[in-house]
Write a protein of this length. Structure first.
Lengths: 257, 268
């Protein structure tokens, strides 16, 4: 099913190119925002521009990977409203798995590209003591970071079973989470630090790994070594996501779906 | 003439009423405004802190005002490149619109202004209130900034409409305006000063921004009403807005006439 979707996207070369360009521009403007801030100051939240390159790269790579694979789950409201979700139940795979594999958005590779460039630059320009643990940390950060964002997408999709036209509510914590993830969590006032550190734990996708890789101390409540607990953060998000998904599907079926 | 004005007045009210039915979307929009406002405010506060208390003429209080006012205005100015005329052109219904006795551009403007006016109560003011209660912000204590600011906001909304109108009218020539609209959305949001204040841009980017109508859509109204620019400087900025208002309006009209001719030639 995936292969056919990829073929279909490449067949419409013209519109694919435009979509790709659009995604690329979005990625570049998000970077431009960081760059403009650093045109004015040298340090933000305890991190300098080179450290921010690493942070931006990690968060955006994790988010764009998740978005590419799972982002399509946000079409759930369309199916629910049209009543066509029932067709998914007839197939032998779980509904969630079907929604996830129904589309692989190649155009989002543009943002992945921007993220990778930023990440590589961040790794090159910083004074990093490379070792096996650094590499392992990178892999864990990117993999679990993507898992965290993917879980947030599923949470957002689950809420669509309860909210009509509620997609914009969930944008607040999926895209908001991504935006927050690209900043040093240290800039947030106390309550927000707790929110982005532990509740919607996007600090684990980039800020904490950056602290750990660069051997920097963190602010109170978010020490650098917590980066190694990123898998726990991912598990927490997915536990919530799958529970909400189950509530959502039960609610849908209860309504005569 | 008087009945024309009355009709546009009714269209304004119609636009307002229609937007009023999207109550849930307004609340959702407010939630997003608030979350993004928190993050933006945190970033810029940290920047001001790093810079030692002032940055490009902003202090913590005034930059907070900028953040929350711009978040509040997002609903009204609608930088996403969408305009109803786009659908009308795509489906061909615009041919019917041309037969009506009203000027097509002005009538859509009236509706859009009504739509924008509705967003102030559920999205605009609450955003500023949340900002005031959480991060705190500094607003002017005299009447003039508010009076001039409201005029500036209205002009900004109109410029945004004329820009979106022009972008969507290109549907007469482009099969799918999605690419142009995405490009518009990205360029306009950044250059209007929604990500970072235009005052923070490097000088070459600052010049580039002011060579477009975008800062006049958001940055100028926010600067005027927050009191960042006062007196003659503020009046000059509003005058520049009026210039862009005329330019974008005329661009739209030129494109409409060209498109209309194309329609006639194609036997529409």
């Amino acid at each position: 099913m995936l292969a056919s979707r990829i073929r279909a996207q490449r067949a419409y070369r013209g519109s694919f190119a435009l979509d790709f360009l659009g995604s690329l521009l979005v990625g570049l403007t998000e970077f431009a925002e960081v760059w403009v801030v650093f045109h004015n100051v040298d340090v933000l939240g305890g991190l300098d521009f080179h450290a921010i390159l690493l942070l931006f790269g990690l968060s955006n790579l994790a988010f764009s990977l998740a978005d590419m694979v799972v982002g399509h789950v946000d079409t759930l409201p369309t199916y629910v409203r049209a009543g066509t979700l029932d067709a998914f139940y007839l197939r032998p795979q779980p509904v969630l798995a079907q929604l996830m594999t129904s589309e692989l958005q190649l155009r989002r590779l543009a943002r992945t590209g921007v993220a990778v460039v930023s990440l590589v630059a961040g790794l090159a320009y910083n004074d990093i003591s490379w070792g096996l643990d650094t590499v392992l940390l990178l892999v864990v950060a990117i993999g679990c970071g993507a898992a965290i964002f993917a879980g947030l997408f599923v949470c957002a999709a689950s809420l669509q079973f309860f909210l009509i036209n509620g997609a914009e509510f969930t944008n607040a914590f999926t895209y908001g989470g991504s935006y927050a993830a690209s900043q040093p969590t240290s800039i947030f006032p106390g309550p927000l630090k707790l929110v982005f550190g532990y509740l919607v734990p996007v600090a684990f996708t980039a800020y904490l790994p950056t602290l750990a890789i660069l051997d920097l101390p963190g602010p109170a409540g978010l020490p650098g070594w917590l980066a190694w607990c990123t898998p726990l953060a991912a598990l927490w998000v997915w536990a919530v996501a799958l529970t909400m998904w189950r509530w959502g599907t039960r609610h849908y079926q209860g309504g005569g779906g | 003439m008087r009945s024309g004005l009355q009709t546009y007045g009714r269209l304004f009210v119609a636009g307002y009423r229609r937007q009023a039915t999207y109550r849930l979307a307004m609340v959702a929009g407010l939630c997003t405004n608030v979350v993004f406002g928190f993050i933006r405010a945190a970033i810029l506060f940290a920047a001001i802190d790093s810079a030692g208390g002032t940055l490009a003429g902003y202090t913590a209080g005034s930059i907070s005002a900028y953040v929350w006012l711009s978040q509040g205005l997002i609903g009204a100015i609608q930088l996403n490149g969408l305009a109803e005329i786009g659908d009308r052109v795509r489906t061909g219904d615009v041919a019917i619109d041309f037969t009506r006795p009203l000027d097509i551009q002005t009538w859509h403007l009236a509706e859009d202004l009504g739509r924008a006016a509705y967003t102030f109560l559920p999205r605009g003011l609450p955003s500023v209130l949340v900002g005031a209660l959480t991060f705190g912000l500094v607003m002017p204590t005299t009447v003039l900034p508010y009076a001039l600011g409201l005029i500036s906001i209205a002009i900004g909304v109109a410029i945004s409409f004329y820009c979106r109108y022009a972008v969507n009218i290109c549907g007469f020539w482009l099969l799918d305006t999605r690419g142009v609209r995405t490009l518009y959305m990205v360029a306009s949001t950044f250059l209007a000063g929604l990500y970072v204040p235009v005052a923070l841009f490097p000088s070459w980017l600052h010049t580039l921004a002011y060579a477009t109508p975008f800062p006049s859509i958001l940055q100028t109204p926010v600067d005027v009403i927050s009191g960042k620019t006062v007196g003659l400087e503020a009046v000059a900025l509003v005058a520049m807005q009026l210039g862009w208002l005329a330019a974008t309006c005329l661009l739209g009209r030129a494109l409409t006439n060209a498109g209309r001719r194309k329609l006639v030639v194609q036997g529409g």
